[in-house]
Design a protein around this ligand. Sequence first.
Ligand code: DC
Length: 224
Amino acid sequence: MKCVVAIDGTASSGKSTTARLLAKKLGVTYLDTGAMYRAVTYLLLQEDGLQASDGLLQKVLLSSPLEFKILNRKLYVYLDGKLLENELRTPEVDRWVSHVAEHLSVRAFLVAKQREIGKRRRLVCEGRDIGSVVFPDAALKVFMTCDLEERTRRRKKELIEKGIERGFEEVKLNLQKRDEIDSTRKLSPLTRTTDAFYVDTTHLTIEEQVELIEAEVQKRMEGK
Ligand code: DC
């Protein structure tokens, strides 16, 4: 098990940017597990499979043309050989991804892939169940959150940068709903484990978030 840092937390709390920059600083692979759940959601939207039973989903996934590759210490997702990027971050995927992530077959399929990726690499891995389920032996577990209004502003800005205009209330409602589903689902819900380092990013810049966690990694490495 080579997970160095496991970051979990609420939607748009700054996990992805922080994890990406931290991984770069530490010289390890950055694994965005949300992108994997988004890729499955995109696949199901394409194949009209959102209502499929868990058993059927398992079959679909086992024979799916989805590929998860690590190149230059970063995850790339391909469907039928085509790289998926902005397709994973549309409001439609936002709308469905938490429902898709409730399925046992989806979680089992993706957790196995994540552990496989972690077998041979040192990782900064982020998601909702990383410290609690996927890599419980991570050297450092982080739980990240942020005030909902601030998260809404950040997510809205991110959407605008992708040329997608959405109202503040619509974006806020989606984040709120996803958090609710993600933290109340039966399987591997988002939880703050007792051994997680808690970071509230509401009043922090990205640089401050990264520095804070990097300092904590150093402390753990030095056994403090
Ligand atoms: O990190 P993100 O917002 O891109 O994740 C999208 C959704 O995927 C999130 O709302 C819940 C699900 N997810 C999950 O259930 N477990 C993970 N480890 C990562 C994401």
